[in-house]
Design a protein around this ligand. Structure first.
Ligand code: FES
Ligand code: MG
Length: 595
């Protein structure tokens, strides 16, 4: 701690000793102070902003190319209101935005680039504390990773989910309905007209995907880690309470600067244990595994896939949200949101973990309630949030598999898988690229049945590059027409948090670096045993050694630019897919003068 003195009036510092924005920019005498203040004055600020009050950087991933984050300029205004109110000086700035639906080859390729943008923007500028405005999948972890490496007081405000999608009087969920309707249309069960109507009814307000996909999951992870105000994650983007809590966040970050409450105080191993357990209880996205590993790497917390598997075991699955369950984020908010879930599983949490509120997570949720039932007329038949005594399942979180096919691990989301396939032995049908699979998927002569194990290679972090969300390969048309809805699929890819199925993902090492996945051939037998956490390729070590001798690496065409830097330095999925040289922290020390 720097022992920074706090002012006599609340929120109004009487001194500014140790405040980086004042000491190194706005409080400077002579030429440099002239430069730092004079150009700021161009925006019409009056003298008080230079008096040593905390400068709060509002780091905004707003973009019209990221529809999920398109409202974040407006949300920033609410944060600013709170910052001014508490005696701070808010300055909003843009960072790279990553939209899942548009960005090719995959937003994941650029998560670490966003983190670098956030990191360097925060460190290089006169900023004492940061509010991260995020929403769409990668914008939350990417921003947190960057801020964690700087370690100035930081608070996350996610943009909130869209309202429930609507189609023919029913609720439909972002992403999840796309996968289902596409399968139905391919099988002739849905008309083109209905397919088009569903498209326009699904995304009908500002906000990120309103299923428990990656964006909703990471919003919950930010809250469970202690980085976002209690109750923030589930508030719909267009609900006035989203704007109200953003204003509270603006007030609180100013206090956090006075308290010098930093990410390194909050992101402890206990915080990660809480996040992993919360993820199991909410039926959250497999992508959280990779993002939490990457965030832990930035703060120097030792976190492994084995830890995550162990922590998730036995956690009751309580939240009945798509893609694993029934409801959507709007329902989740009305039912009490994440605080109600954390309150239910509190005995499983590290209740003493400190959060941005300045209180522990246990204190934050002590009075949280499940509000989707009155408590008087008895439990509804299908509550959105289950009580801990009546879960949807137990130990249904993301399981970590190991075996000769994935020596460094692979994951499967049990709550989104089919019971009958959790223990399965089948013959492999292998594709060396997703394009090759897409060409074959409609072929009526494809040699495949419902017991076949579909294997996809070269879709990992280096192989694609960027590890796209293609792991939930569409069921081959001829099987879909027979009514087959799920098959075992195995790859080094990720899948969208909105997707479902018995899909084994993140196989490490990936095929492109010579992982055993590269050696699988059509006709090989594969054994999946999720309860035993096993993924086994039934081929002898001698035969595998022979195949390895013949194996040629597939080199991705990345001769220059970001993709080249990425491919040369990205770590494997079990390490979080960060760039090797970004792991760790540089801190917030102020660099040399620019003039
Ligand atoms: Fe942005 Fe799903 S596409 S959150
Ligand atoms: Mg996604």
């Amino acid at each position: 701690k720097t022992g920074r003195p706090v002012g006599d009036e609340p929120g109004r510092p009487s001194e500014h000793i140790g405040r980086r924005s004042f000491d190194h920019w706005f409080g400077e005498k002579d030429r440099n102070g002239f430069i730092h203040r004079s150009w700021m004055r161009a925006q019409g600020f009056s003298d008080e902003v230079f008096d040593g009050r905390p400068v709060i950087g509002i780091c905004n991933t707003w973009s019209e190319l990221t529809p999920c984050n398109a409202h974040l300029r407006r949300l920033a205004e609410s944060v600013k209101r709170g910052v001014w109110q508490a005696g701070g000086f808010p300055l909003e700035f843009p960072v790279m935005s990553l939209g899942e639906t548009m960005l090719r080859p995959t937003a994941m390729l650029f998560r670490n680039l966003l983190s670098m943008d956030v990191e360097e923007s925060l460190r290089g500028n006169p900023i004492d504390g940061a509010v991260l405005l995020t929403g769409c999948d990668k914008t939350t972890p990417g921003s947190i990773m960057g801020a964690a490496s700087v370690d100035l007081p930081t608070l996350v405000v996610t943009g909130g989910p869209m309202l429930n999608g609507k189609f023919r009087g029913c609720d439909i969920g972002s992403g999840t309905a796309v996968w289902r309707f596409t399968q139905d249309r391919n099988a002739g069960r849905m008309s083109e007209a209905d397919y088009a109507a569903a498209e326009s009814g699904m995304s009908r307000s500002n906000g990120h995907c309103m299923t428990m996909g990656t964006a909703s999951t990471m919003a919950c992870m930010a809250e469970a880690l202690g980085l976002q105000l209690t109750g923030s994650a589930a508030i719909p983007a267009v609900d006035s309470r989203r704007y109200s809590i953003a204003q509270q966040a603006g007030q609180r970050i100013v206090q956090m600067v006075h308290e010098d409450l930093k990410p390194s105080d909050i992101l402890t191993r206990d915080a990660f244990a809480n996040a992993v357990r919360a993820n199991a209880a909410i039926g959250g996205s497999t992508n959280a595994v990779i993002h939490l590993l990457a965030i832990a790497g930035r703060v120097g917390v030792d976190l492994t896939l084995d830890d995550m598997d162990e922590w998730a075991r036995g956690v009751p699955w309580l939240v009945d949200l798509q893609p694993s369950g029934k409801y959507l984020m709007e329902d989740f908010y009305y039912a009490g949101g994440l605080p109600a879930v954390l309150r239910e599983i509190l005995p499983l949490l590290k209740a003493d973990a400190v959060t941005v509120t300045g209180k522990t997570i246990g204190e934050n949720v002590a009075n949280a309630e499940r509000t989707d039932w009155s408590g008087q007329e008895g439990e509804p038949a299908h509550p959105v949030i289950r009580p801990v005594g009546n879960p949807l399942g137990s130990g249904a979180g993301t399981a970590v598999l190991k075996g000769n096919l994935a020596p460094d691990g692979a994951v499967v989301k049990q709550s989104a898988a089919s019971e009958r396939l959790l223990q399965h032995r089948g013959r492999a049908l292998v594709f060396s690229s997703i394009e090759e699979y897409d060409k074959a998927v409609d072929d009526p002569d494809l040699d495949v049945d419902e017991d076949t194990v579909l294997v996809l290679q070269n879709a990992g972090p280096r192989g694609y590059p960027g590890m796209p969300e293609v792991g939930n390969m569409t069921i081959p048309r001829k099987l879909a027409e027979q009514g087959v809805e799920d098959m075992v699929r195995i790859s080094d890819a990720r899948m969208s948090g909105t997707a479902y199925g018995t899909v084994v993902l993140h196989v490490a090492p990936e095929a492109a670096v010579g992982g055993p996945l590269a050696l699988v051939r059509t006709g090989d037998w594969i054994e999946l045993d999720v309860p035993a956490r096993r993924l086994h390729l039934d081929v002898s070590d001698e035969e595998l050694a022979k195949r390895r001798a013949d194996w040629q690496p597939t080199v991705a065409p990345t001769d220059r630019g970001w993709a080249r830097l990425y491919v040369e330095h990205v770590t494997q999925a079990n390490q979080g897919c960060d760039l090797d040289f970004l792991i760790g922290r540089t801190g917030s020390a102020v660099a040399r003068q620019s003039h």
